[in-house]
Design a protein around this ligand. Structure first.
Ligand SMILES: NC(=O)c1ccc[n+]([C@@H]2O[C@H](COP(=O)([O-])OP(=O)(O)OC[C@H]3O[C@@H](n4cnc5c(N)ncnc54)[C@H](OP(=O)(O)O)[C@@H]3O)[C@@H](O)[C@H]2O)c1
Length: 240
């Protein structure tokens, strides 16, 4: 059994992945900002430890990783999952500052976590970066900074995969719509999200529990020959 660091473990996809890993007998460090939801995942499994950290704050990331290093933690995998879509807006008019919040979390924190996690990683460990179909195969006009950040996450994934040559594997997952608070917010509320999803290729979005096994597969040894890929997981959504 292994030890995994999961960011954004207090909600949505990250929470489902943390619970699934714990159910499979792994130990999980789950990162987020919301202490109440952090306690809730700890209560759900004795294998999950919640670590409070605002990943947009470099000092907090350093302290988080110092803490794991001080405990001599060896990581078998890292799921870089926490992200924001920022402020949707017309690309011709978005101020440069609209990129800051999105890139600070989605790209710079991901890069910082990888850099700090690598010395703690076991040989053969796996890093999975949560990208999106947005920035990979879909480019909605109002989500420029988010799409650019996810394209950057894919580039970072392939760069690290090339550099580490399989000693640590790196793959990016590009999900289509998943039924989470983030997508509800993006569509202007849960009801609007579900209404929009009636037009999904298969009629509905995935629940986080449906996609979690894809992540746990990539994080663990069964996927040992998968490296440097950006994989679309969208139930066929991007075909239409
Ligand atoms: N849902 C979709 O349709 C979809 C599709 C494609 C890709 N994705 C990607 O999937 C990932 C997870 O999204 P989700 O839909 O599961 O969203 P979610 O349910 O809103 O969860 C987001 C998680 O990120 C954490 N987080 C956000 N900002 C943070 C920060 N500054 N520091 C630490 N943690 C932070 C949140 O924790 P706290 O609130 O506790 O801080 C929460 O646990 C994202 O990378 C997203 O781009 C989602």
């Amino acid at each position: 059994m292994g030890t995994f660091l999961i960011t954004g473990a207090t909600s949505g996809i990250g929470r489902a992945v943390a619970l699934r890993l714990a159910e499979d007998g792994h130990d999980v460090f789950g990162v987020g900002r919301d202490e109440a939801r952090g306690e809730e995942i700890e209560d759900a499994s004795p294998r999950i430890t919640f670590l409070k950290c605002d990943l947009s704050e470099p000092d907090e990331v350093e302290a988080l990783m110092d803490g794991l290093k001080d405990q001599n933690i060896t990581l078998d995998g890292l799921f870089n999952n926490a992200a924001t879509f920022g402020r949707p807006g017309t690309p011709e008019r978005l101020p440069a500052s609209a990129f800051d919040e999105v890139f600070d979390l989605n790209v710079k924190a991901t890069n910082r976590l990888i850099q700090r996690a690598l010395p703690l990683c076991a040989t053969g460990a796996s890093v999975v970066n949560n990208a999106a179909i947005v920035g990979h195969v879909k480019f909605p006009p109002m989500l420029g900074p988010y799409a650019a950040s996810k394209a950057a996450v894919i580039a970072l994934t392939k760069t690290f995969a090339h550099r580490l040559k399989g000693k640590v594997r790196f793959n990016a997952l590009c999900f289509g719509p998943v039924d989470t608070p983030l997508s509800h917010k993006l569509y202007g509320g849960e009801a609007k999200f579900h209404e929009a999803m009636t037009h999904h290729f298969r009629g509905n979005a995935a629940k986080p529990e449906e996609v979690a096994p894809v992540v746990t597969f990539l994080l663990t040894a069964g996927s040992s020959y998968l490296n440097g890929q950006a994989i679309t997981i969208d139930g066929g959504y991007s075909l239409s």
